[in-house]
Design a protein around this ligand. Structure first.
Ligand SMILES: Nc1ncnc2c1ncn2[C@@H]1O[C@H](COP(=O)(O)OP(=O)(O)O)[C@@H](O)[C@H]1O
Ligand SMILES: [Mg+2]
Length: 263
């Protein structure tokens, strides 16, 4: 563990019945850095995210946040740990403006009745939350969209608003599961520079099939295969690692984006 770790994990094992989804996994996320997680399908990437966000029970393992050993986060108290993740499958509410959708992000993770909470806020509390939402939108490069209706947004704009919704919790750790999925090259490049800005504000752990994108943005890359970390380090180091090349060569049925060493 480095002295300025935002999050550090050691000896993490997750079993689903007889299946070992994660096996003695370690991860260290220095402050203000982007850590990329790659690996073939079924390697355990999502399970690692779910362990950090309290969505699967951890069999064994330790986690520390800001250098302090803590118990594994519960899904209903991620904000208490300073952790936020984008919510896949949770679309934006079309009856609300973009900024109101982002304000909702403050309550979604806490499991409370967010409709009641948002509309029951005092004028002053609402103003404060709105300012936080505008700040989050600014960091996500989407402040100009604040008063739009979600139905007016392009697909890449929707992605930015989802990031803003995760940022409204003012996390120190942001988990992004395949945020570039479905984006064209032009938007991927813009998204990469957005994330480079964002790491001034928090650490980012990102799972992405798009290996070139991971290489472009990550300070550290971890490669998982069959639940184990088979390599970690800079992208330039891991992409030459024989174990990594072997893992990817064994998955030639996957899409071109999943292949290493193409560029
Ligand atoms: N809730 C679950 N119950 C049983 N097996 C699971 C569950 N979630 C994931 N797995 C299994 O754990 C392994 C890792 O899956 P996953 O973390 O989704 O991989 P990745 O995200 O890298 O594709 C796979 O073999 C998968 O089938
Ligand atoms: Mg996955």
């Amino acid at each position: 563990m480095t002295t300025n770790s935002t999050l550090s994990i050691s000896h993490l094992t997750v079993k689903f019945g007889g299946l070992v989804a994660l096996d003695d996994v370690y991860l260290d996320v220095p402050s203000n850095s982007i850590v990329g997680l790659i690996g073939p399908n079924g390697a355990g990437k999502t399970t690692l995210f779910n362990s950090i966000s309290g969505l699967v029970p951890v069999t064994t393992g330790e986690i520390s946040i800001h250098g302090k050993n803590v118990s594994w986060p519960k899904s209903y108290d991620l904000a208490g740990y300073g952790i936020s993740r984008t919510l896949q499958g949770v679309g934006l509410f079309s009856g609300l403006s973009v900024v109101e959708n982002v304000m909702m992000g403050a309550n979604i993770e806490s499991g409370s009745n967010f409709f009641k909470d948002l509309f029951g806020l005092s004028g002053q509390a609402e103003k404060k939350l709105r300012r936080r939402a505008e700040d989050a939108l600014a960091w996500a490069g989407a402040l100009a969209l604040a008063d739009k209706n979600p139905s007016e947004l392009t697909y890449p704009e929707t992605k930015r608003v989802s990031i803003a919704r995760a940022l409204v919790l003012q996390p120190s750790i942001l988990l992004l599961d395949e945020p570039a999925a479905g984006l064209g090259q032009d938007d991927i490049d813009k998204f990469a520079s957005l994330l480079q800005q964002l790491k001034q504000r928090c650490s980012i752990i990102i799972v992405e099939h798009h290996v070139d994108f991971i290489g472009q943005i990550s300070d550290q890359v971890y490669v998982l295969n069959f639940g184990k970390v088979i390599a970690s380090g800079t992208f330039d180091t891991v992409k030459r690692d024989p174990a990594v090349l072997a893992a990817y060569l064994g998955t030639s049925s996957q899409s071109g984006n999943d292949q290493l060493g193409g560029s």
